[in-house]
Design a protein around this ligand. Structure first.
Ligand code: HSE
Length: 298
């Protein structure tokens, strides 16, 4: 018995929702093949595309699957193959795709003892290994699709939010690696009341805008005065990109997850193409290699 799956990339934080907001990209992701073995052992049998640990205890997919099996008190064995298309340290949920994909597939192969929402906490164990912090804002959308809000971590409560149909995301990935662990370590641990007020105002408005399909409000809400000022320093031409995509009609712009990828939310394919082309033209003149994605949210 085996299952071949697509494990999607995700954009976490979306500026106004550090650690609590994320969305799932429908056309960027990894491929995984998971099959039962008779060895009572979880094995990472093959990884193509990237150089990542094959030891199951050092691999996010292995750790996440082991957490699931432990909860079931099961000694079933699985072989996991990953064709890694999302680069680690890209900021579009590379580790989350592997952890979420692995637990999703194993749950299916076991006859679905868990609901999809219950799988989030197992996948979070992969995030803990990768970044030193069990955040859910990538694994939740990778498992549930669309937009997700983590209302609470303890106890874990994740909400699915509606996706306005015209919404598109353009993601620029400058090919420098920023480890989530490192980019978490530079964030200030205290927030002023003034910043907190602005931030929860924007997050509330963003959620409201998803329900009312108010694209302008959605764009205005994509602001972050807590994390972005610190992390954006690590991203080449961040300010210039912000101005560029705004001039070209994007709804909003910010850091994707912990960077270095940045995202622009756009209304409709036509505008998203225009924004993508403008970034392409701008970044081609710089001496940094990059990848560009245009995706719907699903
Ligand atoms: N919320 C996490 C962070 C996402 O910003 O560190 C990491 O992709």
């Amino acid at each position: 018995e085996e299952l071949k799956i697509f494990a999607p990339a995700t954009v976490a934080n979306l500026s106004c929702g550090f650690d609590v907001l994320g969305c799932c990209l429908d056309s960027v992701g990894d491929e995984m093949l998971i099959r039962k073995n008779d060895l009572n052992e979880v094995r990472i049998t093959k990884i193509t595309g990237q150089d990542l640990p094959l030891n199951a205890d050092e691999n996010v997919a292995g750790v996440a699957v082991k957490a699931l099996l432990k909860e079931l008190d099961s000694n079933e064995g699985f072989d996991i193959e990953i064709n890694k298309k999302i680069k680690p340290g890209s900021g579009i949920g590379s580790s989350a795709a592997s952890s979420a994909g692995a637990v999703f597939a194993v749950n299916k192969l076991l006859g679905e003892p868990f609901q999809k929402k219950d799988l989030i906490s197992f996948a979070m164990q992969g995030e803990l290994l990768a970044s030193g912090n069990a955040h859910a804002d990538n694994v939740a959308p990778a498992l549930l699709g669309g937009f997700n809000l983590v209302r609470s971590y303890c106890p874990l409560e994740v909400l699915s939010l509606p996706v306005p149909s015209d919404l598109r995301v353009v993601v620029l990935h400058p090919l420098i690696e920023i480890k989530t662990k490192d980019s978490r370590s530079i964030i200030k641990q205290n927030v002023s009341l003034k910043s907190a007020i602005n931030q929860w105002g924007n997050l509330g408005a963003f959620v409201s805008a998803l329900y009312t399909e108010d694209y302008e409000l959605l764009g205005r809400s994509l602001q972050d005065e807590i994390v972005e000022p610190v992390r954006s320093i690590l991203i080449p031409y961040f300010r210039e990109l912000d101005e560029l995509v705004t001039e070209n009609g994007a709804l909003g712009f910010g850091i994707s997850g912990s960077g270095p990828s940045v995202y622009a939310l756009c209304r409709g394919d036509e505008n998203a193409e225009k924004v993508k082309k403008s970034i392409q033209a701008f970044y081609s003149k710089k001496d940094i290699d990059f990848e560009l994605h245009l995706s719907a949210i699903n």
